[in-house]
Ligand binder design. Structure first.
Ligand code: COA
Ligand code: AMP
Length: 635
């Protein structure tokens, strides 16, 4: 058995050979002969000469290999009290009929389809049906407001929207249909049609001539076969937060995704065909794309699709119940979810009630895994708890502990080491690599490995400017941190305006745009303050327009409502405080980083360029009124 070092070195010695070898795990219509090539814009791309179909690899080939009876999807839904098993043969039937329905209504290769659905099997079927016919899906998370959906509709210009009538959050129904109707009304682009999955918890009114019932639309339609597409054909667009309110549509290449995800399932997550894999995320995020839908299915695993929460559905034992009931081998969640469980069940009493013998590993990602949470999970589960680091842009781990190759010693607080394909370096402001243990910007030497994005939808210049220009020859990750003497990576902070709220990536710039649009707000700053449960939460400091005499509390409530209405509940935006002035440099730059330090109760040094240091005292008092700006340890 090769060691991690040997595998990493074999990639370094022959990167193209390494990935062409990994490509043998995929069924090709035309196998790739070349690994790497360049686009007309000079961007590296993988497997451009191949022809392939994702759905064939995720579904049909397992049926053809005689494993049609194996469960492909377990939909475990504590919010509806149901557990449903769907075999690969059933999935093939359901997906090919849905794909046929899309084709019959004019959707073909390259057309975009927006998927706006909760955690139901039909969401995965929608993604796979698009992949089957070469259509490009864009899944939109249910916790976003209509305005965010409208922005995505205008950017992706979909021919169709596949949606469900409602989602179910603990204690409330999420009314998807009115949100969808509002979004379509707001958007300049109008889809040709919508397919609506009517859930029994809330049935939606259909718009005559535009909306069709999911099942009725499939009546009498011929199933569609898999359409071969080029290796570089976009598999999907997934919008993620950048520095502005305009989200970035990350474009995933088809063949690269197949090869890298298949490699990762075996070598990182140590699962093999027939094993049960569970990523407790949402289909609206990249984790959901890579490790609820595509990765496990491509690898012939049973994937668990969980419609519930770590706590409250019904209790803090849900994770352990699902793991034991479905014999999950590798489990993947976000540190926030464990912090929520730990808060309710600090002694891990629920864990003792379930048989976790099938579980081999717990994987964490989405935000920094704080050592306390990792230690708690290790102690209570008795399993290795593996932090790994990646981004929507890459779709799989940049750094991880490759359990399928060799479980390296865990260093709590580090997502371990670089995966093959990634040469990670820490750079100073001038772009020079720094010594081990020194903080800096984390960058990856080009070329990026298979499955990493190669552009931003409709915004190739933004792609080049945001990621490739600052450090020539590198991909700039937007994360800051260090690498130690043993090659372990530490991710400490973002270098941009992105914050991470309960494992969800949000743009403070985007929230600021909304806050600033309130008629009584003259200017504002939104920062991410440390939060014990969610990692970070957004906090707004606002200055009122001169002459505003309205009640400050009323205005604050309106600002909170505005963000919920425009961005959505997922922003978890509740904290607003009024200040007379914002701290700025003499050139007018708002000192956000200093305010973050104040909010988190850290010591800070006012920058020499500050315009008026006295403002920092005002900001400190204001943040104290929100319960922030307390020294660590102080309640
Ligand atoms: N559709 C609609 N609304 C949603 C939603 C969805 N899919 N997901 C979350 N929301 C809403 C919630 O209902 C909540 O609304 P509220 O303000 O009315 O209460 C709001 O968005 C914030 O949600 P969330 O961040 O999930 O906070 P919470 O307090 O409801 O739950 C946790 C806290 C820790 C249990 C939860 O954040 C969690 O499970 N986190 C794990 C995150 C994760 O898996 N991330 C994926 C990255 S790998
Ligand atoms: P997303 O694109 O939503 O997956 O968010 C990616 C960002 O989340 C990264 O750039 C990091 O800032 C953060 N992140 C993800 N995983 C980790 C991790 N394991 N440790 C620290 N930060 C992480």
């Amino acid at each position: 058995m090769a060691t991690y070092q040997e595998v990493y070195q074999s990639w370094q010695a022959d990167p193209e050979g390494f990935w062409l070898d990994a490509a043998k795990a995929i069924d090709w219509v035309e196998p790739p002969r070349a690994g790497l090539s360049k686009t007309a814009d000079g961007i590296d791309e993988w497997f451009a000469d191949a022809m392939v179909n994702t759905c064939w690899n995720a579904v049909d080939r397992h049926v053809a290999a005689g494993r049609g009876d194996q469960t492909a999807i377990i939909h475990d839904s504590p919010v509806t009290g149901t557990v449903t098993h769907i075999s690969f043969a059933e999935l093939q039937d359901r997906v090919s009929r849905l794909a046929g329905t899309l084709v019959a209504r004019g959707v073909g290769k390259g057309d975009r389809v927006i998927v706006y659905m909760p955690m139901v099997p039909e969401a995965l079927e929608a993604m796979l049906a698009c992949a089957r016919i070469g259509a490009i899906h864009s899944v939109v998370f249910g916790g976003f407001a209509a305005n965010e959906l409208a922005v995505r509709i205008d950017d992706a210009t979909p021919k169709a929207v596949l949606a469900a009538s409602c989602g179910i959050e603990p204690g409330r129904i999420v009314h998807y249909k009115p949100l969808l109707d509002q979004a379509i009304a707001m958007a300049r682009h109008k889809p040709d049609f919508c397919l609506m999955l009517q859930r029994e918890q809330e049935r939606a009114d259909l718009v005559e001539g535009r909306d069709f019932d999911w099942h009725e639309a499939q009546q009498g339609v011929a199933p569609a076969e898999c359409v071969p597409v080029e290796g570089t054909h976009p598999a999907y667009i997934l919008y993620t937060s950048g520095t502005t309110g305009q989200p970035k549509g990350v474009v995933r290449p088809t063949a690269g995704q197949l090869v890298a995800l298949s490699w990762s399932m075996r070598n990182i997550y140590d699962v093999h065909p027939g094993d049960v894999f569970w990523a407790a995320s949402d289909v609206g995020w990249v984790v959901g794309h890579s490790y609820i839908c595509y990765g496990p299915l491509i690898n012939g695993n049973t994937t668990v699709l969980f419609e519930g929460k770590p706590v409250g559905t019904p209790d803090a034992g849900t994770f352990w119940r699902v793991i034991s009931e479905h014999k999950v081998r590798s489990f993947f969640t976000a540190p926030t979810a464990f912090r929520a469980v730990k808060r309710e069940d600090p002694q891990g009493e629920f864990i003792g009630k379930y048989d976790l013998s099938a579980l081999k590993y717990v994987f964490l990602a989405g935000e920094r895994a704080d050592p306390d949470t990792v230690r708690w999970a290790e102690e209570k589960t008795g399993k290795p708890v593996i932090d790994h680091w990646w981004q929507t842009e890459t779709s799989w781990s940049i750094a991880a502990n490759p359990a399928g190759i060799e479980l390296l010693p865990v260093k709590r607080g580090s997502p371990s080491v670089a995966m093959p394909g990634y040469k990670i370096e820490v750079l100073d402001e001038a772009g020079h690599p720094v010594a081990p243990g020194t903080l800096g910007a984390i960058a990856i030497r080009l070329p990026l490995p298979p499955s990493c994005f190669t552009t931003i939808w409709n915004a190739h210049e933004r792609f080049v400017k945001s990621y490739l220009e600052h450090f020539p020859g590198y991909y700039e990750t937007g994360d800051a941190g260090m690498i130690d003497e043993d090659g372990y990576v530490y991710i400490m902070a973002r270098t941009d305006d992105v914050i991470n709220v309960a494992g969800h990536r949000l743009s403070t710039g985007g929230i600021e745009e909304v806050v600033a649009s309130h008629p009584d707000v003259a200017e504002c700053a939104v920062i991410g303050a440390a939060d014990r449960l969610k990692g970070q939460v957004p906090v707004a400091l606002i200055c009122f327009n001169a002459g505003v005499t309205r009640d400050a509390d009323e205005i604050r409530k309106e600002v909170v409502a505005l963000v919920r209405d425009r961005i959505g509940p997922v922003a978890a935006f509740r904290q607003v405080v009024a200040v007379d002035r914002l701290p700025k440099t003499r050139s007018g730059k708002i000192l956000r980083a200093t305010m973050v330090k104040i909010a988190d109760g850290e010591t800070y040094k006012a920058p020499a360029t500050i315009d008026d240091p006295a403002i920092l005292d005002e900001v400190t008092e204001a943040l104290k009124s929100l319960g922030l700006a307390r020294p660590a340890g102080e309640a």
